[in-house]
Design a protein around this ligand. Structure first.
Ligand code: SF4
Length: 235
């Protein structure tokens, strides 16, 4: 049932927004993980700038091993929570090096989704959303990372009834139809930013109004402005 509903939602979203473009070349898993850490609790422009600063400062991730936390923090300050994110980045790079002797997460390619989720979320500063972004955007696994938009929209539509994004991720994890992870993730974020906003959702023009079970559907007039925003597709 949930699988069928997810399929239906995906189809309706594609009818309105199209099939989201994907990067021809996927980033390596470590770059994706560091980029996603930077994207936590900030906007796309700032996190993308912070990522570019980090790459400029440390053209090879090995260089982070001998860097002081403050050097990393200065490079990424624009993304906010600089101290916290610098520690998480240093911790991830050090962990990988100590585990494998090289600064690369390519060994994850051989692992199953669950193993990867368990391993990455055991690291400080890496939550389920961050780990699932590595699965989707770097390893091309069929998962739907759940941020605040995906969590809110899926609950309003009535596909899940959950209290937190990580629970939403787990709820749909096993039921996600093959091959739709990137599509539904990207288009639900678009839906959440353009129509299903936290307050005053623009239900009148929403592509899902016919199936949505949200009790407080409103009839506000829509004036959505589409924008190319998917930072994680540009890492
Ligand atoms: S109909 Fe309204 S509440 Fe339902 S998904 Fe669309 S914008 Fe959100």
């Amino acid at each position: 049932m949930l699988k069928t509903d997810l399929k239906k939602v995906n189809r309706l979203l594609i009818t309105r927004f199209g099939i989201p473009e994907r990067n021809f070349k996927m980033p390596d898993p470590l770059s994706m993980l560091l980029g996603t850490i930077l994207s936590q609790n900030t906007n796309d422009n700032n996190s993308f700038q912070a990522y570019k600063n980090l790459v400029n400062k440390f053209p090879k991730w090995d260089l982070i091993l001998s860097a002081k936390d403050l050097e990393i923090e200065k490079a990424i300050r624009v993304a906010g929570l600089g101290n916290q994110k610098a520690k998480a980045i240093k911790n991830v790079v050090t962990y990988v090096f100590e585990k494998k002797g090289i600064v690369s997460l390519d060994y994850l390619r051989e692992k199953k989704n669950e193993e990867i989720l368990d391993e990455l979320t055991s690291l400080d500063g890496v939550g389920v959303k961050t780990a699932s972004c590595v699965l989707l955007f770097s390893l091309d696994r069929n998962v739907c990372p759940v941020d605040t938009h995906v969590h809110r929209t899926l609950n309003r539509i009535g596909l899940v009834k959950t209290s937190a994004p990580d629970k939403t991720f787990r709820e749909i994890y096993q039921s996600l139809p093959d091959g739709i992870g990137h599509q539904i993730h990207t288009n639900l974020i678009k839906l959440g930013r353009m129509y299903c906003k936290p307050t005053n959702p623009v239900c009148k023009s929403c592509p899902l109004i016919s199936i949505c079970k949200f009790e407080s559907k409103t009839n506000l007039k829509a004036n959505p402005h589409e924008k190319n925003f998917m930072l994680l597709d540009h890492i």
